[in-house]
Each structure stands twice: as C-alpha cells, then as structure tokens.
Design a binder for this molecule. Structure first.
Ligand SMILES: *Cc1c(COP(=O)(O)O)cnc(C)c1O
Length: 432
C-alpha cells in the first residue's frame, strides 16, 4: 500500500515508520523533520551485497554513493554492512574519515576535483580515485610523485548510453561533463597515458549511465560496451584491466504505482553479460563494483511537515502551506519530481481535497507537489512526504536563512537523533 515496507498505519489512524507513530515523532522533534528507517536501509544494503556474493562469488564490492545522503551515521551503517562508499568531494571524504571509515574502501569521484581534494584523497590513502579527465590525471600523477606514493585509479568512461530519459538512447558520444569518450579515442588515449605514468596504477574502468532507471537493458548494454573496451585495451596495449565499476542509477518507488525492477534482476542480468563477455574475450571476470545511492536510502525516509495556512482559490487551486519546502526538498523545483503526500494524522480519511503543497520560501516555485489528493486538512495537521531519503537533505540549503531540519533514525519503535536541526546561531556562525 505504501512505497516502503517500513510504513504502516496504527489504530489511531496515524502513519507509522519503523514502528514509530509519526505524529509522536513530530511532537518530540518538531517539524520539518526527516525520518529514516534503519531496517529498510540495511535491507537494501543486504540485497546488493548478497547479489555480489551470488553472481560473482563475492569477487566485487558494493559502494554506497553517498551523495544521496551523507552524514556520519549513514557511513557507520554501510560500513557495518560490509560496503564501501563513493564520495564526490573533500567534504564527503572528511565526513566518512571522521567516523573511521576504512580509506581503502573509499572511491573518489568528481569531474573537477580540486588540487586540495586530490591531495586529501592521496594523503588519506583512498582505495580508488576515479579519474575524469587528462588534466586531473596529470595533477594526480604529480601529487602522488611528490609524496612518493603510487595511487590506484580507474577511468570514468562515457559508454555512449544515455539513460536519463525514460526511453534510453544509444548515442555515439553523449553530451556529458563527466568522463572520457570512447568514440573519439579520448578514453584509449587516457589509458595509454596512464599506463606510461610512474605514480598511478590503472586498475579499472568506470561508467555511470544515469539515475532512477527502470529498465534493465541500458545496464546490460553498458556492461557490454565496457567489457568490449577492456578487450580493446588488452588488444592495443597487452594490459589486462582487472576491475569494472558499473555505477548506480537503479530506480526506486516514489509513487505507489511505480514498478522498479527488483535489484536482484538487474544484478543477475548484468552478471550474465559480464561473465559471457569475459569468456568470449578470454578475459578474467573483473572485480565488480556497483554504486547504488538512491536505491539504498531513497524510499527509506519520509519528511514530516506541519500544515500552516490553507488557501482556497476558487476554480484555480488549493494551497496547503507547510513549514519546510525547497530548502529541505529541492527536487520538485529542480525536476518536477513525483512524490506521495499523505496526511499522517488522518491517514485513512476520505480524500476530498485536491491540493498543491507549498513551501514557506519567498519563491513562487517553492512547491513540494501539485494536484495531491488529501483529506480535508487544517492548520496543525501533519503531512508526510514519502521517499525523501535520497537527494533531499543532501541538497538542502539555507535559502531565506531557514535552518536545516533535524534528521532522525528509527528502528523497531525507537527513534534517535542522527543530525541536529540547525539553530539561528548556526546560520550566522560564519558571518563576519
Ligand atoms: C550519482 C552517482 C551514483 C549513484 O546514483 P543513484 O542514481 O543514486 O544510484 C553512482 N555513481 C556515480 C559516479 C554517481 O555520480
């Protein structure tokens, strides 16, 4: 009935998450409030880790793409689940290291890593740096050399598959700021340059073809293209690349009717291609990395808001305003993303109101969702927006100097604060 198994309804007609009554959480921690369900996060982690075990005899690693939601506690949880992580900035790296995340299980991404960030990554001894371009390759080789280190790298490749749209398209060279193109020879040139360098060791190749993808075909095609590239590298240079990182992008449920593939299906089908191509090309099956972000955390969290003003504009629309908005969830204003919105304290009441959920920012586009079916709501009711675990808090801002909300983790009926809400003092702490 809901987008996640962790959500339920109790005898008071209230929405529950992880066994906690959402209206009680709203009372205890205030709103707006983001609530994650730990059991659901761990369940998702185990589905991916299990599939690496099953399809590759454990010869691979799941890296949580931590840009989806980065904080100390999530790094502790994924570490506990025997996963690695990918980070895309010095800030994410710093956060992970601050809780003792093993550096060798960290993979560092980004299309324009700063000199300082590369230095931090080399100093920390991160396991893999995914090199995006030749400028970065040169800097990294120099930095590693100055420190007397040899750094393990992968290359970010554009496999020529654009799965950002609903129907994926196969293009020769995608218009993307990320990575090196295969088609132009740029990728092969990068490989040869890296192989000749003293302070980098080329371990593997990487691709990431998009996000919130519902089809298996583009993933299969990407695996095929990447295995062919590994073969081409061997043919041209004699070197066998031993690692393949296939990125993330697995779709999740935002709406009850969304039907994402089970992760096992993606993994099983892609593994068949990888294994088949390895045999066909007489290559060893590479060590496989996958990088799920959204699919680990997205559907595991909800955001709770308190209803303020309700404005009925006859024949136009009804605005239900809440005490958050684009500051904690910029995905509607950015992408018109779909969300389920429910009234947490009147969950099964008849839905008689068609409403637009508006945030509190001074910005007309600050909406959470349009044309939502709700019960008749009034000031003080609690709304829950579902599937807000990925790219919500991590994209939050202080627009209008609104403090970021607290984040709570629930598990088996118990709630604990994992990120404090910001205070006004936090808001001015860097002002001089
Ligand atoms: C964003 C990103 C991911 C995760 O994507 P999801 O859609 O959240 O699974 C994985 N790898 C790379 C390189 C990314 O940029």
């Amino acid at each position: 009935m809901f987008v996640s198994d962790g959500l339920n309804i109790n005898e008071k007609n209230h929405l529950t998450i992880g066994g906690c009554d959402t209206t009680e959480l709203a009372k205890e921690f205030g709103t707006s409030l983001i609530v994650y369900d730990e059991n659901e996060i761990r369940k998702n982690c185990r589905a991916f880790v299990g599939s690496i075990q099953k399809n590759y005899n454990g010869n691979g690693r799941v890296l949580y793409a931590s840009k989806a939601f980065s904080c100390k506690e999530i790094y502790r949880i994924v570490n506990d689940e025997n996963m690695g992580i990918d980070v895309v900035s010095g800030g994410e790296l710093y956060t992970a290291l601050s809780v003792g995340f093993p550096a060798e299980k960290i993979c560092f991404h980004g299309n324009n890593k700063k000199h300082s960030e590369l230095t931090e990554a080399v100093d920390a001894g991160v396991g893999r740096i995914v090199v995006d371009n030749l400028t970065e390759l040169e800097s990294l080789n120099r930095i590693a050399g100055e420190k007397g280190k040899k750094v393990s790298i992968m290359f970010r490749i554009k496999p020529g598959i654009d799965a950002h749209t609903h129907d994926f398209v196969r293009t020769g060279q995608i218009d993307s700021k990320f990575g090196l193109a295969l088609e132009t020879g740029e990728a092969m040139q990068g490989v040869k340059t890296a192989l000749a360098m003293e302070n980098v060791e080329l371990k593997g190749v990487h691709c990431h073809i998009g996000s919130q993808i519902f089809d298996i075909d583009p993933f299969e095609l990407a695996a095929e293209v990447m295995m062919k590239f590994i073969k081409d590298i061997k043919d041209e240079t004699g070197v066998t690349i031993t690692e393949l990182n296939l990125g993330g992008g697995f779709g999740i449920k935002y709406l009850v009717d969304d039907k994402p593939e089970a992760y096992e299906n993606y993994m099983d089908n892609v593994a068949k291609i990888v294994n088949k191509k390895a045999e066909e090309y007489s290559l060893p099956v590479p060590f496989i990395y996958i990088e799920p972000g959204r699919s680990i955390v997205g559907a595991t969290a909800i955001t709770l808001y308190t209803v303020g003003a309700v404005k009925r504009i006859p024949n136009i629309r009804n605005y239900v305003s809440v005490d958050g908005g684009m500051v904690d969830n910029p995905r509607y204003i950015l992408y018109q993303s779909d969300y389920e919105v429910v009234c947490a304290n009147k969950i099964n009441n008849e839905k008689a109101l068609t409403a637009t959920i508006a945030g509190k920012c001074c910005e007309s586009g600050d909406l959470i969702q349009e044309n939502v079916q709700l019960p008749e709501v009034e000031a003080g009711d609690i709304l829950a927006v579902l599937s807000t675990g990925a790219y919500n808090y991590s994209m939050a801002s202080n627009y209008n100097r609104i403090p970021r909300p607290p984040v709570v983790m629930v598990k088996d009926g118990q709630a604990r604060l994992i990120i404090k809400g910001e205070s006004y003092e936090d808001i001015i702490k860097n002002d001089i």
